[in-house]
Design a protein around this ligand. Structure first.
Ligand code: FPP
Length: 245
């Protein structure tokens, strides 16, 4: 089975799962967190180096206050309950997004978790929180423009690499595979720059039902894909190691 170096997931369908079970939406999110816990463990065991989860989008701030509060509460509980696992299994936590917008207690728990796991080397777990890709791109452009204005960066020296290093995902390789659950077939403002050559996998399964078998199916499908990065199949076969990234 092909193991992607970097797997990114848009975890969708908690609300519909709850509705299907005649439960409040927050029950769907609670089950969603259980799926997160098991998928993190599975990815770590499979040797996936980077796992990035879209946990809360910039647009999610617009949801009813009660649901936003519940999601923040679940995030805080998740961070507390996962700390031992992350430390025991060598998982480093990172966050991308406008995390300053998060409630102060959550921001501090996150900050502490990122710091305490900074030395871990087995897997990088990145949570996208208060994240929107357009916002990330705008912030990167602004940061580069400020450096140009300050005279420490020449405008014509800005290339793909410089730009990528100004993004929240600096030092994280681009995703090899993106999974989106719940049957929606869109990117929803997630990692717009980074997904340029990523294989996309969509499944009807709702996130709370996404288990190890579902993960295996996605990885099997990924193994069947031929990644060409804009080159021809013959070039790929002949130049295996020179594929641009
Ligand atoms: C989509 O379901 C999911 C979210 C908005 C957030 C995902 C959050 C979790 C899995 C829980 C918190 C995460 C962590 C890492 C602790 P939806 O509500 O959009 O579902 P719907 O489209 O069926 O309404």
């Amino acid at each position: 089975m092909a193991i992607p170096r970097h797997l990114a997931i848009i975890m969708d369908g908690n609300g519909r799962w709850a509705e299907n079970h005649h439960l409040p939406r927050v029950s769907g999110h609670r089950r969603g967190v259980e799926t997160v816990q098991s998928i993190v463990r599975s990815c770590r065991e499979l040797g996936i180096g980077y796992l990035t989860l879209y946990a809360f989008s910039s647009e999610n701030w617009g949801r009813p206050e009660e649901e936003v509060g519940a999601l923040m509460g679940l995030l805080g509980q998740f961070l507390k309950s996962e700390m031992e696992t992350m430390l025991a299994r060598g998982i480093r936590l990172r966050v991308i997004g406008e995390t300053r917008r998060l409630p102060a207690p959550i921001f501090h728990v996150l900050d502490e978790a990122v710091e305490r796991t900074a030395g871990n080397r087995e897997m990088v777990l990145t949570l996208a929180l208060s994240y929107g890709a357009r916002n990330e791109l705008v912030r990167a452009a602004r940061a580069l423009a400020e450096r140009v204005a300050a005279g420490v960066l020449a405008a014509d020296s800005i290339d793909d690499e410089t730009f990528a290093s100004a993004l929240d995902t600096a030092e994280i390789p681009d995703p090899d595979l993106l999974i989106r659950t719940s049957g929606e077939m869109r990117i929803s403002n997630f990692l717009l720059w980074q997904l340029a050559y990523t294989e996309l996998y969509f499944t009807e399964t709702l996130w709370p039902d996404f288990d190890d078998d579902q993960l295996q199916l996605a990885l099997k499908e990924y193994g069947r894909r031929q990644r060409r990065f804009g080159l021809t199949a013959a070039q790929i076969h002949g130049k295996d190691r020179e594929v641009p990234h």
